[in-house]
Design a binder for this molecule. Structure first.
Ligand code: DQA
Length: 146
């Protein structure tokens, strides 16, 4: 049976392509969704792509993944650095979790150097642009085969 993976995106990523393109590039979230769908298909997976600006909604998306998803790729955006609630939700998810950041957060302000989500993530990809999502899905596929 084809495995479903969830690709979750946090606040302000709906503005991708318009928001600070020097940091995040010119691709839109629609482009990223397409990239994820194509990459997942090539790996024999199906991706379900979501974005929310609301912390509680992301927590609920992670809860929903408990029933439907084999793994999660998540770019929690600013909630990466603040959200114990998202960390707790991910800790209640059994499959592999890959954390993705478009920019290299370690090259940026010191408050971006800490990630609550990294305490749960099986891998962290940062600074690869939107290609990081494709790399995250590839890693997820490897972990799901193991
Ligand atoms: C981000 C990095 C975060 O620090 C920031 O708040 C974002 C996007 C990234 O993809 O590089 O919104 O997660």
């Amino acid at each position: 049976m084809t495995k479903i993976v969830h690709v979750l995106n946090g606040p302000n990523l709906n503005l991708l392509g318009k928001r600070q393109p020097e940091l995040y590039g010119h691709e839109t979230l629609g482009d990223v969704e397409k990239l994820c769908a194509e990459t997942a298909r090539s790996l024999g997976l199906v991706s379900q792509f979501r974005q929310s600006n609301l912390e509680g909604e992301i927590v609920e998306q992670i809860h929903a993944a408990r029933d439907t998803a084999a793994g999660i790729v998540i770019n929690p955006a600013a909630y990466t650095h603040t959200s114990v609630a998202i960390l707790d939700a991910l800790n209640a998810f059994d499959g592999p979790v890959i954390e993705v950041h478009i920019s290299n957060v370690h090259k940026r302000e010191s408050f971006r150097h800490h990630s609550y989500v990294s305490l749960r993530a099986d891998a962290v990809i940062a600074g690869c642009g939107v290609q990081g999502y494709a790399l995250g899905l590839q890693r997820l596929a490897t972990l799901l085969q193991a």
